[in-house]
Design a protein. Structure first.
Lengths: 302, 460
């Protein structure tokens, strides 16, 4: 069995995300004018409050009517708005190529047909890029894949979404590229979305996320999960780790409960550590509509 | 169909059942499943016991079953024979050195073969006469008794013959034709008997018993001279005379023929110096005359005449032909193979003295000259003289030969079943079916290996 990426229809996905924006709750760093409130106050934006005149303020900013009424000098203060660069960091290791084509377990009755993990990540990344561009934020792309990874600089031009789509379509997950170094390359103070199954360098990735958060970035970890990982097929199987082909273990009724318990505990630990690092933790299930997942990620203000 | 080793066939059937069960209850590796979260599974053996109500891999199962069954049939010695005789007869003739009555031998063998046809007739010197080449009952069968061999060698010859000749039966009935003399009980007899794995039918040769030695027998020698060597010899060895005999050395008279017809033994031994005998022409004598001529020159050993196990070696032993003076009148029956027997031999096996039945008696014609000197007075001449002075039709011996005791004959006969033909089929006679069955098993194993390699790997 070999893996081949499923085709992704961009049209329906982007139509489903038409009008979706990606606001923020926090104040962003000052930068190019954008849609997000910036940390820095200014005089050209929307009026927010009066402040007592201090020595050094521009006298032209004094509100003369208020001075006439109150006989005290106040200046008008406004909020500046800036854009917030959004970076999408995607994991394209071998574990993301799951499931392989034609796996009988994928046809298990009662299970909604789910996308494979990489296709789900592609769809969510394209959707998030469209939402970010709709907000006026530049979007960049980092893909962790051997040998050197893939990178698209952050842009706001038209065609950025298509460019990201084309880049992701040409990638076939494989190998065991580390995710943490790729995250480290993202400039500080940006909005970072990490899409990964966290089955690679989990500890290093969480440490990097914590460091990026401390440096002023807003990190969201989208933990990609497949229904077959949550509920493996019943029966007797010889499970093989695609990252380590020599690691073969028996998947049977006797080991099913233990597996479910261990996997659930590990997911909980990852979520706890992610939250402790100041990042946002979101579980992405491959049987969810990609557009819905994008709304779920973008709708909650970060 | 016959099976040599049924237990081997049983083992093969048990193995076939085991192969069938292995296709129902097999412990094998489950199919592969690529799972990125394999690390959360407990470590342990990846083998799983799968049970199915229907056997898997029917083609492999059939090939394995066929291979096991073919091998089992081959090693069990299964044979399919169109025609099969339950018992194969094998006749062994103990032509020991002392069996010197060819007429009696022939009659004994004919009687045995008439009762049951034999697959082969074996002489104690190892010569094997194929039973198919022997004529049926009623025809004359020429079986010359060998001057060599013994009872033990006869049994060994029988064993070798059983291993060589193709056996189409299950058992071998060995019929031993022997005079059963006591001197046949050699040290090798017990060992030779033990090597025959079955019962033996012992058929004693019915020789005419020698005359009662206590009765006085009279032998008269009629010669021309007073110093006749033959007369002196018979006078010296009177104890060898066991019949009323008349030795004629000059010419035969009608009275001599009457004597023979009335039951006497007439010995015609012409005097070499008289006109009654003429030397054998060297041109017609053949190799014997040449050897004698050379012996006279001293180049080869001296001539000899053999009778009763003793050889008379002396100069002056020359073959002669009896002249008309010793011609037997037309009243006597013509000499035929059935009424002439040899009583003494030259070393090359040709007759040196013959006996012809005439009326109640017989006429013995001596075909060699009496040696000069005292050669006939030596102990070595006893055999020839005893043969010439024996009663008609009797295997002349130096006195009555003791026979084997009943216990010895019983030991020779043995008890239990006949010898099994399988005991002799080992390496000598191969089972033709075994080769083909082994080949079929090998072909099935090869096909099984190819089919097993081409079977899809146990993956998803």
């Amino acid at each position: 069995m070999t893996y081949s990426p499923s085709p992704l229809a961009l049209g329906p996905l982007l139509d489903a995300l038409r009008g979706v924006t990606w606001p923020t709750r926090e104040r962003v760093r000052a930068g190019m004018p954008g849609a997000h409130r910036a940390l820095q106050r200014g005089t050209t934006g929307e009026f927010t409050e009066f402040r007592a005149y201090r020595q050094g303020d521009d006298p032209r900013r004094i509100d003369w009517r208020l001075l006439a009424r109150s006989d005290r000098a106040f200046v008008r203060v406004t909020d500046e708005r800036a854009w917030w660069t959004t970076w999408l960091v995607l994991d394209a290791s071998a574990s993301m190529a799951f499931p392989e084509s034609g796996v009988p377990a994928a046809r298990e009755r009662g299970t909604r047909s789910a996308l494979d993990k990489w296709t789900m990540v592609r769809a969510v990344a394209i959707g998030l890029s469209a939402a970010a561009l709709a907000t006026g934020d530049p979007v960049g792309l980092h893909v962790a894949i051997r040998p050197d990874g893939k990178r698209l600089p952050a842009r706001t031009r038209r065609g950025t979404v298509q460019s990201i789509a084309r880049t992701l379509e040409s990638i076939v997950p494989g190998g065991d590229a580390a995710l943490a170094p790729v995250i480290s390359r993202v400039p500080a103070g940006a909005r970072i979305v990490v899409c990964s199954d966290m089955l690679g360098d989990t500890n290093e990735t969480l440490s990097t996320i914590a460091r990026m958060g401390a440096a002023g970035s807003a990190v969201t970890l989208a933990h990609v999960l497949h229904p077959l990982e949550l509920s493996p097929p019943r029966g007797a199987w010889q499970a093989v780790d695609p990252r380590a082909a020599s690691d073969r273990r028996a998947l049977s009724e006797a080991s099913y409960a233990r597996y479910t318990q261990e996997f659930s505990a590990w997911r909980s630990d990852v979520a706890r550590r992610c939250l402790s690092a100041g990042a946002r933790y979101v579980e992405l299930s491959c049987d969810e509509e990609p557009a819905r997942a994008v709304r779920r990620i973008a709708a909650v203000p970060v | 169909m016959t099976v040599a080793s049924p237990w081997v066939l049983g083992v093969a059937l048990a193995a076939a059942v085991g192969v069938l069960l292995s296709h129902l209850l097999s412990v094998r590796r489950p199919p592969l499943f690529m799972l990125p979260t394999t690390r959360f599974l407990p470590t342990g053996s990846v083998r799983a016991v799968s049970m199915s109500t229907r056997p898997s891999d029917l083609l492999l199962l059939m090939l394995r079953l066929l291979a096991v069954l073919f091998a089992g049939l081959a090693f069990a010695g299964v044979q399919w024979a169109a025609t099969r005789e339950p018992i194969v007869n094998l006749v062994v003739i103990d032509a020991a050195a002392e069996a010197d009555d060819s007429l009696v031998w022939r009659a004994s063998v004919e009687r045995v073969l008439q009762e049951s046809p034999a697959a082969a007739v074996v002489l104690s010197n190892g010569q094997v006469l194929n039973g198919d080449s022997l004529t049926q009952a009623g025809d004359s069968i020429v079986v010359m008794p060998s001057r060599t061999g013994s009872l033990a060698s006869a049994l060994l010859a029988a064993r070798r013959a059983a291993q060589r000749i193709p056996l189409r039966g299950d058992s071998i009935a060995l019929q031993l034709v022997s005079p059963l003399r006591a001197d046949a009980n050699t040290d090798a007899l017990d060992t030779a008997r033990a090597m025959w794995p079955g019962r033996i039918a012992v058929i004693p040769v019915s020789f005419t018993q020698a005359a009662d030695s206590a009765r006085d027998r009279r032998l008269v020698v009629r010669a021309t001279g007073d110093n006749d060597a033959v007369r002196a010899a018979f006078a010296r060895w009177q104890m060898l005379v066991t019949a009323d005999a008349r030795v004629v050395r000059d010419r035969v008279t009608p009275d001599d023929m009457s004597f023979a017809r009335n039951g006497g033994v007439l010995v015609l031994w012409p005097d070499a110096l008289s006109a009654a005998a003429s030397p054998v022409d060297s041109a017609t004598a053949g190799p014997l005359a040449d050897s004698l001529a050379d012996s006279l020159a001293g180049a080869v050993p001296l001539p000899a005449v053999v009778a009763n196990g003793r050889a008379l070696v002396a100069r002056g032993l020359t073959p002669i032909a009896q002249t008309d003076a010793f011609a037997i009148n037309e009243a006597a029956p013509a000499a035929t193979v059935s009424n002439v027997r040899t009583v003494a031999w030259w070393p090359d096996g040709s007759s040196a003295a013959t006996e012809r039945k005439v009326g109640k008696g017989c006429v013995r014609e001596v075909l060699f000259s009496a040696p000069n000197g005292d050669a006939l007075l030596n102990v070595s001449a006893r055999g020839v003289l005893a043969a010439l002075a024996a009663p008609c039709g009797v295997a002349a011996g130096l006195g009555t030969r003791p026979a084997l005791t009943e216990a010895q004959i019983s030991m020779l006969r043995g008890d239990g079943p006949l010898a099994s033909a399988d005991a002799f089929r080992g390496a000598g006679v191969a089972n033709p079916w075994a080769r083909w069955l082994v080949l079929a098993a090998a072909v099935c194993l090869l096909a099984e290996m190819l089919v097993r390699r081409k079977s899809p790997v146990l993956t998803q």
